[in-house]
Design a protein around this ligand. Structure first.
Ligand code: ASP
Length: 316
């Protein structure tokens, strides 16, 4: 039977490989997506997700995460949660509830503590130093919060045909205390319907939320569009509209997977993503916008060297 997984950013490659193994062994889409995202959350050198994530302007790491089951539409989310190693696992646990399934701030942190999730100080020395440097820089220049985008978002399809979508992020570096982006919001940061497909987003949450882009993609796939068509048609016209109406648009990248394991991507910046499936060995691709379409090519040696020079993290 067909299985597949897609995830945002090169940092998710190892997690995607772990998820692929689970899916090959007929494990569930939920376990696979959680494993994929936990892998990124636990790695201290990724500065936009989980442990080692960059803090808000008060020096506190506040994380957002979401989880959705495409069979039942069960959803769980946490936002501005603190001191929790794996925010997406807390979101998954919350998805088991009929009510109170989206918790924020202290309530979310308390729930994690009471339910036995691993609690730890998420601010690494390296992240703290970056925060201190930034405070210094802000004193000299008038800087706005960093709007780079690096949420880990993923969609998985298991051999039973079940699909799950999930996200996890520490959000924007230097965001205000309590700021929440698109990532924990169903329909914006993620959405999935196992009878159609799923989608997830990364980028400037404030702008992604204006278009409910993950829902939009799934809706278009439901009308018969391929994942690639659905991504292109959800993103590029929306960007033009937002420029017109609002005057600006931040970085936005979208991934999608349908119930047959086909994938699609659209982005307004250069964006790396990972894919694996029955007929696709785990691969990192790069996508970039080309008019109203998306140009996709494999992550080359040149890209790998550039990436490693920037992050100092070897591929394996
Ligand atoms: N979407 C995330 C947010 O706005 C940021 C990101 O993807 O980097 O919080």
């Amino acid at each position: 039977m067909t299985w597949a997984a897609i995830s945002t950013w090169r940092m998710s490659f190892k997690g995607l490989k772990k998820a692929s193994k689970l899916l090959q062994e007929q494990q569930s889409a939920g376990d696979a997506v959680e494993q994929l995202i936990n892998d990124v959350e636990s790695f201290p050198d990724y500065h936009s997700v989980g442990y080692g994530g960059l803090p808000n302007e008060e020096g506190v790491v506040q994380m957002d995460a979401g989880y959705m089951d495409g069979d039942t539409f069960a959803q769980g989310s946490v936002a501005a949660i603190e001191n929790v190693k794996n925010a997406v696992s807390v979101a998954r646990k919350l998805s088991e509830r009929k009510t109170n399934s989206f918790l924020v701030g202290q309530g979310a942190t308390k729930f994690a503590m009471q339910n036995g999730f691993t609690m730890t100080n998420m601010l690494t020395k390296k992240a703290k130093t970056q925060w201190e440097d930034r405070i210094q820089a802000e004193k000299q220049e008038n800087l706005v919060p960093y709007d780079g985008h690096d949420t880990v978002g993923a969609v998985t399809l298991d051999q039973k045909g079940s699909m799950v979508a999930a996200t996890s992020t520490s959000g924007l570096f230097m965001k205000e205390n309590g700021r929440i982006g698109d990532s924990p919001l169903s329909g914006s940061g993620f959405y999935v319907d196992s009878s159609i497909g799923g989608a997830a987003a990364t980028g400037l949450g404030e702008d992604i939320m204006k278009g409910c882009l993950s829902y939009e993609i799934v809706n278009k796939m439901g009308e018969g569009k391929s994942p690639q068509q659905a991504c292109d048609e959800s993103l590029y016209p929306f960007i033009n509209k937002l420029k017109e109406k609002y005057g600006s648009v931040g970085a936005i990248s979208l991934i999608a997977l349908d119930q047959n394991g086909n994938f699609g991507v659209a982005t307004n910046v250069q964006f790396a993503f990972c894919v694996a499936g029955t007929n696709q060995t785990p691969t990192i691709f790069v996508a970039e916008p080309e008019g109203n379409k998306t140009h996709i090519f494999p992550f080359t040696q040149k890209w790998l060297e550039k990436f490693e020079a920037e992050t100092h993290i070897p591929l394996d």
